[in-house]
Design a protein around this ligand. Structure first.
Ligand code: SF4
Ligand code: SF4
Length: 84
């Protein structure tokens, strides 16, 4: 049970201080989540704090590989509009 940060992370530092499990660390080329430490915030917060603060759609995935903040979820711009 762990989230994953992928390459679209822009290394903004927003998530790192919020993690109750100290599972997030700076790395190159992007921040990483230690899967052995991430609890998905269970027992500490109702929502995964890193995904709640992350400003980049698609930068954090759930354990199924799906974006916690899918395209359009933060900008409100549906994908088809971006493609147009
Ligand atoms: S889901 Fe919670 S425990 Fe896991 S990395 Fe994000 S903030 Fe840390
Ligand atoms: S909040 Fe998102 S973009 Fe910022 S460091 Fe964390 S994962 Fe990367």
């Amino acid at each position: 049970m762990a989230l994953e940060i992928i390459e679209s992370c822009v290394n903004c530092w927003a998530c790192e201080p919020l993690c109750p499990s100290k599972a997030i660390h700076e790395a190159k080329p992007h921040f990483l989540i230690d899967p052995d430490k991430c609890t998905e915030c269970a027992g500490d917060f109702e929502d995964p704090q890193c995904a709640t603060i992350c400003p980049i759609e698609g930068a954090i995935l759930n354990e199924d590989g799906n974006a916690m903040n899918p395209p359009g979820s933060l900008t409100g711009i549906p994908l088809q509009k971006l493609a147009a």
